[in-house]
Design a binder for this molecule. Structure first.
Ligand SMILES: O=P(O)(O)OC[C@H]1O[C@H](OP(=O)(O)OP(=O)(O)O)[C@H](O)[C@@H]1O
Ligand SMILES: NC(=O)CC[C@H](N)C(=O)O
Ligand SMILES: [Mg+2]
Length: 510
C-alpha cells in the first residue's frame, strides 16, 4: 500500500503533487518522491521520510513542468531505509521513463533473473518496482518500431507487462516527451482512479490511488481505472484508453475498505466510510450473539480507523458510544511503521485513556482489525489500568491468519497473532475478557451491499486464497526466509551488497 499520483496539467504541478501526497500520506510514511517533466527533461526529488520532511522549498523550486508523478512509500520489498528504493524510479531507455508503483509483484525473483539473463538489464535494488519498470521498458523497446511512439505501441507494451508480471500493481509512468501512462493489474487489486478538471487553458487529468486526492485538488472523479486497463494522456492532453489484459477480473483488496484507505474515499464505486458503517452493523449482530448486551456499559473505538464501525455498532445495540482514547495527532499510523519495537512504543505515545470512561465500567473496545496484536494488547492493558471492570474486544475484520503478498507488509505467518491460535488463545494473549470477530462473509457483504457488481475480492490475509493463483506454500516459505535473513542482517538497514537474486539463487525456478 503506497500512494501514487500522476498529473497532466496546464500550469506547474509541483505544489499540486505535494498537496496530493499530503492527502495520501496515510498510505505510506517511509519515503516520498516527486518527478516532474519540463520539455524533454525529468526533475526528481525523493528521500526517506514523511512528505513534509522530504520536501524543502529549494526542492520544490527544482521541480518545474506541467506533467508529473509522485509516490509515498510503505515498503513491501527491499528496505524502508534504503533511499535508492524510494520512488519514482527512472530508466533512460527507451525514451526515458519514470514510474511509481503501488502493490507488490509475486514473481519478482523470476523477473529479476529474466532481466539479467535475457533482457540484459541491470537491477540495482531489491525493489520489485524497479523490476516492474524494467519489464515495461523492455516491452516498450520491443514494441516500438522507431523513435516515434503512439498509443497503440504503449498499450501493447502494457499488455506485455500483464503477460509477464504477477501480483498487484497500480502504476503511473511518464514517458519523456510523450505523456502520462497509468495502468492497473488484471485483478485491480490496488485502487486507481482518474479525474478531470476544466482549466482556463484546457483539460487537465489527475490519476490517484484514492478519490480523496481528486476531491482535495479540485478534480472531478471520472471513474476508476478498470482492472487490466491502461490510460494514456499525450502532451496535447488527448486521452486514450485500452483494455490490455486477456482476462481481467476485478478483485479489489478488501483490506483497503477495512483499514488502508481513508474513509472519505470512494473505491470501485463504493464509499469506504459506508462500508465501515456496514461492518459495524454486521459486527453488532456477532457481538449480540456472544455477549449479553446488558453486560456492556459502553462502546469505545480505538482511533482512528475503527470509529465509523464502532459508532454504528453502538447505535445498533442501543449502547452509549464514547471516545475513551485520545489520539496524539502528531504520531502516524502504527501498523505501517517499520519494526515491531517502534510500533509497540508508538501505541502508548499515540493513545491515552480518558479515565472517567473506563472507571468501574464494562467496556466493549472496537477496532477495525487485529493484525500483529500490537495495538489490542496495549489497549486492553490501558483500559484495565484506567479502571475498567471488564474489557471486551470486537474486530470489524475476521482474524488475519495469512501473509499478504500484494502490497501490505505482513509477509510472515509467525508475526500474525491469529496464525496457529484459536479465538480463545488470541483473547487470552491480548488479555481481553471476550473477543468477537467479524465473519468473512459479513465483511464481504459490507462492501457488496453497496455495489453488487463487486463479486470477487482479494481477501487472502483472511482466507489464504490468493487471487493471482501463483502463490504457493513454497513461495511463502521463501518470503519468510528472506524476511528472517533481513532481520538477521540488522533489520531494515541496507542491501549489504546482496540482491534477492543472490539470496535465493538456489531456489529461483528455472
Ligand atoms: O494488531 P496490530 O498489528 O496492532 O494492527 C492493527 C491496528 O493497526 C491499525 O491502526 P493504526 O494505528 O495503524 O492506524 P489508525 O490510526 O488509522 O487506526 C489498525 O487500525 C489497528 O488499530
Ligand atoms: N506497499 C507498496 O505498494 C509497496 C510498493 C513497492 N513494492 C515497494 O516496496 O516499494
Ligand atoms: Mg487503528
Amino acid at each position: 500500500m503506497c500512494g501514487i499520483l500522476g498529473v497532466m496539467a496546464t500550469t506547474p504541478v509541483n505544489q499540486l503533487l505535494y498537496d496530493g501526497l499530503m492527502v495520501l500520506q496515510h498510505r505510506g510514511q517511509d519515503a516520498a518522491g516527486i518527478t516532474t517533466a519540463d520539455g524533454g527533461a525529468f526533475y526528481m526529488h525523493k528521500a526517506p521520510g514523511l512528505v513534509r520532511d522530504v520536501f524543502r522549498t529549494r526542492n520544490m523550486r527544482a521541480l518545474p513542468g506541467r506533467m508529473g508523478i509522485a509516490h509515498c512509500r510503505y515498503p513491501t520489498a527491499g528496505s524502508a531505509l534504503d533511499s535508492a528504493e524510494s520512488q519514482p524510479f527512472y530508466v533512460n531507455s527507451p525514451f526515458g521513463l519514470v514510474l511509481a508503483h503501488n502493490g507488490n509483484l509475486t514473481n519478482t525473483q523470476q523477473l529479476q533473473k529474466e532481466m539479467f539473463l535475457q533482457d540484459l538489464r541491470h537491477i540495482n535494488t531489491n525493489s520489485d518496482s524497479e523490476v516492474l519498470l524494467n519489464v515495461l521498458a523492455h516491452e516498450l523497446q520491443a514494441a516500438a518500431t522507431g523513435y516515434q511512439l503512439d498509443p497503440e505501441t504503449i498499450f501493447s507494451a502494457v499488455a506485455g507487462v500483464h503477460r509477464r508480471c504477477r501480483g498487484a500493481y497500480a502504476v503511473v509512468v511518464m514517458i519523456a516527451g510523450y505523456g502520462l501512462l497509468a495502468f492497473r493489474d488484471p485483478f485491480g487489486i490496488r485502487p486507481l482512479v482518474i479525474g478531470e478538471n476544466d482549466a482556463p487553458e484546457g483539460k487537465e487529468y489527475l490519476v490517484a490511488s484514492e478519490s480523496v486526492a481528486l476531491d482535495t485538488l479540485g478534480f472531478r472523479v471520472m471513474r476508476d481505472v478498470a482492472p487490466g486497463e491502461a490510460i494514456f494522456i499525450d502532451m496535447a492532453h488527448r486521452l486514450y484508453t485500452r483494455q490490455c489484459a486477456d482476462n481481467p477480473v476485478l478483485s479489489p483488496c478488501i483490506f483497503e475498505y477495512v483499514y488502508l484507505a481513508r474513509p472519505d474515499s470512494v473505491i470501485d464505486g463504493v464509499s469506504v466510510y459506508e462500508t465501515r458503517l456496514h461492518m459495524g452493523e454486521h459486527l453488532a449482530e456477532r457481538v449480540a450473539a456472544e455477549i449479553p448486551v446488558e453486560e456492556i456499559d459502553v462502546v469505545i473505538p480505538i482511533p482512528d480507523s475503527s470509529r465509523p464501525s464502532a459508532m454504528q455498532l453502538a447505535q445498533k445495540l442501543g449502547l452509549p458510544y464514547r471516545e475513551g482514547f485520545v489520539k496524539n495527532r502528531y504520531i502516524g499510523r502504527t501498523f505501517i511503521m517499520p519494526g515491531q519495537s517502534v510500533r509497540k512504543k508508538s501505541v502508548r505515545q499515540k493513545l491515552n485513556t480518558v479515565a472517567q470512561e473506563f472507571k468501574n465500567k464494562r467496556v466493549l473496545l472496537v477496532d477495525d482489525s487485529i493484525v500483529r496484536g500490537t495495538t489490542s494488547g496495549e489497549i486492553v492493558e490501558m483500559a484495565r489500568l484506567a479502571g475498567a471492570l471488564k474489557v471486551y474486544f470486537a474486530s470489524a475484520a475476521p482474524p488475519v491468519r495469512f501473509p499478504n503478498v500484494y502490497g501490505i507488509d505482513m509477509p510472515t505467518r509467525s508475526e500474525l497473532i491469529a496464525t496457529g491460535r484459536s479465538r480463545e488463545e488470541i483473547c487470552r494473549t491480548i488479555g481481553a475478557d471476550a473477543l468477537v470477530y467479524q465473519d468473512l462473509e459479513a465483511l464481504k457483504a459490507s462492501v457488496r451491499e453497496l455495489n453488487p457488481a463487486l463479486i470477487n475480492f482479494d481477501a487472502s490475509c483472511f482466507n489464504g486464497e490468493y487471487v493471482t493463483g501463483d502463490v504457493t506454500p513454497e513461495y511463502l516459505d521463501t518470503l519468510e526466509q528472506v524476511r528472517d535473513e533481513k532481520l538477521a542482517e540488522k533489520g531494515a538497514g541496507g542491501r549489504n551488497g546482496k540482491t534477492l537474486l543472490d539470496i535465493n539463487s538456489g531456489s529461483v525456478p528455472e
